[in-house]
Design a binder for this molecule. Sequence first.
Ligand SMILES: [Zn+2]
Length: 178
Amino acid sequence: MSVSRFTFVSGNVALDLAGTVQHRRTDRTDLLDGPEALSRWVVEAGLLTSTPPAGAADLTAATTLREAIYRLATDEAEPSDRDTVNAFAATPPAQVRLAAPEGVERLGPLPAALSTVARAAVELLGGPDRARIKQCMADQCTRLFVDTSRATSRRWCDMLECGNRAKAAGFRARHRVT
Ligand SMILES: [Zn+2]
């Protein structure tokens, strides 16, 4: 089994979770293809310091939260989506503590990481940055990101991956390179 490579380009962990489904409109691919992938994601996302145990129920919870966030962020929300995010946010988040000799440790079971994600979603979707949420302009990409550029002119989730590919496609189209 190949190991999914996660990306964290959204500028907000809630949108990064939404981005674990790639190419939603065309070739939908779920990078959280099992509980182990979810465990790995919460550590790579910086939500927990050590890999938590995860089961099928955790994966179901994570995907439920993820899809509610995606719909809320793209104005496709169903009436229950707000309640879903609020319910996750109401549970205890990861504990933080100073590590010795330095650094931050983030401790808790997997549901604590989902609470942290939900809290980030509440602050984002209910706050002023709500207006800065964009979907990547690249053809197949459906990643969301917070455009914090001063002129709100960002078009791609990731310049290296989507930006350069879009520019190359534009060049080929203009110059009819075969
Ligand atoms: Zn993209």
